[in-house]
Design a protein around this ligand. Sequence first.
Ligand SMILES: Cc1ncc(COP(=O)(O)O)c(C=O)c1O
Ligand SMILES: [Zn+2]
Length: 368
Amino acid sequence: MKYEIKCSICGKTTHDLLSFKCSSCGKPLDIQLHLDFETRNVSKSDHSIWRYRRFFPYFEGNGTITLGEGWTPLVKFSDNVHVKLENLNPTGSFKDRGSAILVSALHRLIKKQKGYISEDSSGNAGASIAAYATRAELKAKIYVPETVSGPKFNQIQFYGAEVVKVSGSRSKVAEEAQKPEAGKVYVGHILHPLFRDGIRSLAYEIAEQFGWKIPDYVYLPVSAGTLLLGVISGFKHLVDSNTIKSMPKIVACQTKQVSPLYHHFKNLSYTPPKNVASIADALVSVDPPLLGLMLKGLKEARGDAVIVEEEEIMEAFRELAGEGFFVEPSSAVAYAGYKKQVSNKEVPKDALAVLVLTGTGLKTTLRP
Ligand SMILES: Cc1ncc(COP(=O)(O)O)c(C=O)c1O
Ligand SMILES: [Zn+2]
């Protein structure tokens, strides 16, 4: 057995790739790998996430749905800081790693039952799932908050998905997406373990692009936690397989408004604002269902967390654009977090750091 789908809390296993929560206790499921990473099994001629196909063992034969996701550039930003350009993925964000794996694994099963995909998202994941669904010739219904940004809303519609705007909280949007309807197959990217699992490829790429060495620090913007958990799981797989010696220090960067992970990690109490109004408009999970897993993962990985103010995000966003890197304000949160830790002397100025630039600036609604 090369992998198991296991409940993260009670340990119950399932063989149903379509499951998105434990049938016994309702908690999140995890993919557990029982195969080592081996550099000789990387398909070097494939310049996408599919160079790591062997390490996503739930694919038998072909049937992969791809738009050329992954193998994004790792570019030197300064002497010791590199940026990983996830904004250059097919739909403009890192989410394509998760969507490609999720849709590739499930499209045949969904078609067999004449079903369609249902997903809830604040924007980027909805656009990404919509793109891979249409590539797989599957119908998609994407539930979005009323506040969805214009460019992301347009993108989802151009991919041909049906969009349902839901008023109320982010959890209300998820609730609507999960409501049973004939043919509906819920594949919500936050809960579905296959989406998170696809993000492992990002850790593999960072290590491979550094010649199977690791940077000292990796800075990530964090909201629902799929990016953080996927990256931790990828680096952990490399350590467990003796491909790299140790984990890089992973730093979860959050906005001051939306910072449940930071507060719990630092043993501080957290009260979210009544209305979230940050320029980092993709980071909205004030009560993320994966919080327990994030806390456990970040502690076990001996990572760290940092929060940044609105002015710091804006300054980081402008500074990145000034260097030619036009990314979403939500992505600039990683750079703002790095800058803050350098100025607080929490990270040495010359440490080798990677900032993951998660999404393209072309989707921003900010005006210059
Ligand atoms: C551009 C961008 N960066 C970062 C994140 C945070 O990812 P996660 O929700 O997996 O923590 C998101 C999530 O929507 C995003 O769209
Ligand atoms: Zn369970």
